[in-house]
Write a protein that binds this ligand. Structure first.
Ligand code: 15L
Length: 264
């Protein structure tokens, strides 16, 4: 690509993208609401609030790929969710429609299906069961991506990211964890495949106890290599046996299923 836009470049995964995706484009344009430091030679830095429609139009102009990591990444009150994940998503997609229809990686989340029980294995065809306002906003984003694909041909990989951290932090993440290396390999596959479409992809490593089936996207050629199981002994030693009645042991979405609606 000539220019790849990474939104949310200061977030946990945005920073990984900034470090690890330089080989995908001649220029990487980075956006965030906060200070991103000095631009490297191949970088352009744009401070931008996704809720600002005109600013997002200018941000997207000239980009032939987008990795959309921006927005609110956990549960919050409705105003925060709406600005970042509803208005922000619309602004991004409508700008993409007007400016060359770039291919998009959308950071959706397992919280779009968080109310499935941990004894249920699901695939991309499963009905959504969001576990929070945040999860609802991720379902909205997937629906928006689908509409912009069907109507305007914009291709999006809707990645329902599990728990993408350096290592699993608790027993739930033995199922939901995705390593940074598997995440980067996934983004490479998404931009390499000749025809992407608008698939739902579960962002999860090759964990022995994974709940999510990615058979529908085997055409991407993505073969995750890491396995959270290698962390089980450490987690057992640190936390002991998990409480079977805790939301973290019951539902795919863990604690998000028990989060209250926050007043503004
Ligand atoms: C998410 O969607 C969050 O962005 C992340 O912080 C984790 O909480 C993750 O889900 C998870 O479910 O572990």
């Amino acid at each position: 690509m000539k220019r790849l836009l990474i939104t949310g470049a200061n977030g946990g995964l945005g920073s990984i993208c900034r470090q690890s995706l330089t080989h995908l484009a001649e220029t990487i344009r980075l956006s965030s609401r906060s200070d991103m430091g000095e631009a490297a030679e191949h970088e352009e830095i744009v401070r931008c609030d996704l809720a600002d429609r005109a600013a997002v139009e200018a941000l997207v102009d000239g980009c032939d790929g987008i990795v959309h990591m921006g927005g609110q990444a956990t549960e919050s009150n409705w105003e925060v969710i709406r600005n970042a994940n509803i208005d922000g998503m619309f602004n991004l997609y409508d700008a993409a429609r007007k400016h060359g229809r770039p291919r998009i990686v959308y950071a959706s989340s397992n919280h779009a299906i968080g109310f499935y029980r941990q004894n249920e294995r699901i695939d991309a065809a499963a009905t959504t069961r969001p576990d929070s306002l945040y999860g609802v906003s991720k379902v909205f984003g997937e629906a928006l991506a689908s509409m912009y694909h069907d109507k305007f041909g914009i291709e999006t990989a809707c990645v329902r990211i599990g728990s993408c951290f350096p290592q699993p932090k608790n027993h739930r993440m033995l199922s939901s964890w995705m390593s940074y290396d598997d995440f980067v390999r996934l983004i490479e596959c998404i931009f390499r495949v000749p025809v992407l479409g608008c698939p739902i992809i579960y962002g999860v490593s090759a964990n022995d106890s994974a709940w999510w089936d990615n058979d529908a996207v085997s055409y991407l050629g993505w073969h995750p290599r890491d396995n959270a199981e290698t962390h089980r002994a450490r987690l057992d030693a640190e936390f002991g046996k998990p409480d079977p009645d805790s939301p973290d042991s019951r539902y795919h979405g863990g604690q998000f299923t028990a989060a209250p609606i926050q007043e503004s």
